[in-house]
Design a protein around this ligand. Structure first.
Ligand SMILES: O=P(O)(O)OC[C@H]1O[C@H](O[C@H]2O[C@H](CO)[C@@H](O)[C@H](O)[C@H]2O)[C@H](O)[C@@H](O)[C@@H]1O
Length: 386
């Protein structure tokens, strides 16, 4: 279904164009936001504020849908050269591992991991995106040393069911549902919830989920996933000739919900609240919760594969701290510093970080003290919350 000859730079502009017409260009007035971008008052939105540009040509949408998860490399010499140049700009994290480890000395490393396409391979059925046992082991080990967070578009409960490590932080719904580790403390109910900036949107999301199920049921292969604060309409298994129709149906639903916006992931249309909150904000929130808001002694490492991870890469660039690592087999426009080709490489890199730290810990006494302090601090912060 995917056109293997699609040119990457065209792909990126198609996505950018489609996102622009879809409402990404629309942001609520900053004066209405609460501190930290916390929930907007739903009453502030009216139909008249809905971007007219949403009616813009569907061609851009279908192009973007086609390009949203290109899987094959072209072997033309031009593309090979392009790939070489891209790798020079975003070297493999495995190739520069020593550099990363040396930057980590005397710093508190904090690990952020996307789920789909990073910890698990991209598969046809979203319910079967399992993590390899080696990956789980690698994540479990790295979390013994460093605060480790999973930052995913999926709802928190679902991503937790795949990962099943209670010692981690989880930021589900693209960072709109953050919770600290439950392993260290027994708590009832949802006392542990640290941050749900889109909480007020929950009834709307539930309502729209029902409408989308109804609207898309005539399209074979379409699958609507309820990710709590975000709804995912998958088209990986929809015939390409029906993509236009699917996009139209989704957009027609959104016309009645100006407080929601439409974005795209890998063969998925995503509907989410129009609040200024994304994976980058989630990263900042977690660093702040850990006591590293303005610290020079922290080294965040974020590994992700998707457009939504770019928000986190951007935050790291802006902070001038840590490393963004993009998991991708093909060159993509990215704010990440380094790259990895696919999830098994990410697993290897995570294991190497953990082993590297064991070595640093045994040879650099100050570094190991620093790591211990960080570990203790991150336990204390989350034990004191709730
Ligand atoms: O932020 P992430 O953890 O990467 O989640 C993004 C979306 O991932 C899932 O969809 C993607 O992976 C599926 C399984 O491999 C694949 O079938 C689908 O085409 C991809 O878009 C998940 O199902 C979505 O809800 C997430 O938003």
């Amino acid at each position: 279904m995917t056109n293997p000859n699609v040119v990457v730079s065209d792909t990126q502009s198609a996505i950018a164009m489609a996102l622009a017409v879809a409402g990404n260009a629309y942001s609520p007035p900053p004066s209405n936001s609460q501190p930290n971008g916390y929930p907007y008052n739903l009453a502030l939105f009216s139909k008249s504020k809905f971007p007219k540009s949403l009616e813009t040509k569907n061609i851009a949408w279908v192009e973007a849908m086609r390009a949203s998860s290109p899987t094959r490399n072209s072997s033309s010499s031009e593309d090979t050269e392009h790939k070489k140049a891209w790798i020079m700009k975003h070297p493999s994290a495995l190739g520069v591992f020593e550099e990363i480890m040396s930057a980590a000395k005397m710093k508190q490393v904090v690990i952020f991991l996307d789920y789909d396409g990073t910890l698990s391979p991209i598969v046809e059925n979203p319910d079967q995106a399992y993590m390899a046992p080696e990956m789980r082991e690698a994540v479990k080990n790295v979390a013994k040393y460093f605060p480790t967070a999973i930052v995913s578009g999926r709802c928190r409960a679902k991503v937790y069911n795949f990962v099943r490590l209670s010692e981690l932080y989880y930021a589900g719904s693209h960072g709109m549902d953050i919770k600290g580790p439950s392993a260290r403390k027994h708590q009832k109910g949802n006392q542990n919830v640290l941050c749900q900036p889109a909480k007020d949107f929950l009834p709307t999301m539930t309502e729209v989920y029902g409408i989308l199920l109804e609207k898309t049921k005539g399209i074979p292969g379409a699958n609507v996933e309820n990710n709590k604060f975000c709804l995912s309409v998958h088209f990986r298994r929809v015939e390409e000739q029906s993509w236009n129709d699917l996009a139209d149906r989704v957009k027609s639903v959104l016309k009645d919900y100006p407080e929601l916006r439409l974005t795209q992931g890998r063969k998925v249309l995503e509907i989410r609240p129009t609040i200024k909150w994304d994976k980058g904000k989630a990263l900042e929130f977690l660093l702040e919760s850990l006591g590293y808001a303005n610290s020079k002694d922290v080294l965040p490492i974020y590994i992700g594969d998707d457009r939504t991870d770019e928000d986190a890469f951007k935050v790291l660039r802006k902070r001038g701290q840590g490393f963004g690592i993009l998991v991708s087999k093909i060159p993509k426009e990215t704010e990440a510093t380094y790259s990895l080709q696919e999830p098994p490489e990410a697993s290897y890199a995570i294991s190497a970080t953990f082993s590297g730290m064991e070595t640093i810990g045994s040879t650099q006494s100050l570094a190991s003290i620093e790591i211990e302090c960080g570990k203790k601090f991150h336990q204390e912060v989350f034990e004191s919350v709730g």
